[in-house]
Design a protein around this ligand. Structure first.
Ligand SMILES: [Zn+2]
Length: 367
């Protein structure tokens, strides 16, 4: 059964770039294009497209990579069109799409999620070619990115690595991220990932990284890698006393512990939501959470599933493939997530997209 792939744009003066993009979309499934109306283009760009809606629609329908064309009736808000199409995948394409795709607020909060090793780090890392990335590395994932094969060496200077080694028995991540999100100059010791560290204070040669959200411009992006680790960190912080006791590893969190974990995460995510900054959070999909949790025997599926259900609302974009069913209901559908887990559907498709010309740049209104 073929997947439904949703994309959108203006597709004025159809050219080879359009064709190549649609060809790649078509490799993923049957493509429906939400085509911007003439009225919307006029109001958005201040001038009419060269080709009318009917002409642009006819060209697209003549393209063998396109199954269907609908009018993007929601204009800047793509939700009505996405809901109407009910796609398996939403694909946002290369450079032209940045101009033609629906309008986003100037600074954007993006949640990039997917199974492990699907190219999330590389995708976010690509932004270093255009932005200064402040990479809060909670799970030592940055080593992958700093590999020259992954990140162009000349872009290395655009990545400010903030090392926050978060461990189950020493869950510093949640508090350090909370401090960073409060703004102001935060110096984080490299060895422990703490903003206040008596150990490092006593050492004259201790290394620190620093981040100050107050100094962020349109060219800065805060990257939290990862939200899944932050979730664990929040829970471990709640039960840190219990799990550090002898045999404490056996303890299971109580209902109250989950409530406190939820409160911590809500605090962090609400802060992210209101900050007028570019922020990218990387996270695993719920399937890998489930596997990890059952292996670690600490976080039952329900807790993680509930967290996942609410997390999308804090972000402007849930990126950029692998969005299941309707965008806003994807996180409530356990069935869909189970499909991914058992079918491997997203893994394969994401691997396919990894080497494509897809990038996060179109959703950042660069320039
Ligand atoms: Zn320290």
């Amino acid at each position: 059964m073929s997947q439904i792939v949703y994309t959108g744009g203006t597709f004025d003066l159809f050219h080879k770039g359009h064709l190549e993009f649609l060809r790649r979309c078509n490799e993923l499934g049957k493509v429906t294009v939400a085509l911007n109306t003439d009225e919307f283009i006029r109001s958005y760009k201040g001038s009419s497209p060269i080709m009318t809606f009917e002409e642009r629609e006819a060209v697209l329908l003549g393209c063998r990579f396109v199954e269907n064309v609908i009018a993007n009736t929601g204009n800047e808000d793509s939700k009505p069109s996405i809901s109407a199409v009910n796609p398996d995948l939403i694909v946002i394409g290369s450079d032209w799409a940045r101009r033609d795709y629906y309008v986003l607020s100037k600074r954007v909060k993006v949640l990039v999620y997917g199974p492990p090793k699907c190219g999330k780090t590389a995708l976010v890392g690509k932004l270093a070619g255009h932005y200064k990335l402040h990479w809060i590395d909670l799970e030592q994932g940055i080593k992958t990115l700093l590999n020259p094969a992954m990140l162009a060496p000349e872009h290395r200077k655009n990545v400010n690595v903030v090392n926050v080694p978060d461990h189950r028995l020493v869950p510093v991540g949640i508090d350090t991220v909370r401090s960073i999100l409060k703004g102001g100059e935060q110096k984080i010791c490299y060895a422990h990932g703490k903003t206040v560290c008596p150990l490092c204070k006593a050492k004259p040669d201790a290394r620190y990284s620093s981040v100050n959200l107050n100094t962020f411009t349109d060219n800065d992006i805060l990257v939290i890698d990862s939200l899944s680790q932050l979730t664990s960190s929040a829970m471990n912080r709640v039960i840190v006393k219990e799990i550090n006791k002898p045999n404490g590893e056996e303890d299971k969190p109580t209902y109250n512990d989950y409530a406190m974990q939820g409160a911590l995460l809500d605090e962090v995510l609400s802060r992210i939501q209101v900050l007028d900054l570019n922020i990218v959070c990387i996270t695993h999909d719920i399937d890998s959470e489930k596997a990890e949790s059952s292996a670690a025997n600490i976080v039952p599926l329900a807790g993680t599933r509930n967290f996942s259900k609410t997390v999308a609302k804090y972000f402007d974009e849930v990126v950029y493939v692998n969005v299941l069913n309707k965008k806003h209901s994807a996180f409530s559908s356990t069935t869909s997530f189970n499909t991914i887990l058992t079918g491997g559907r997203s893994g394969v498709k994401l691997d396919g997209l990894k080497d494509a010309e897809l990038s996060l740049l179109p959703i950042f209104n660069k320039g």
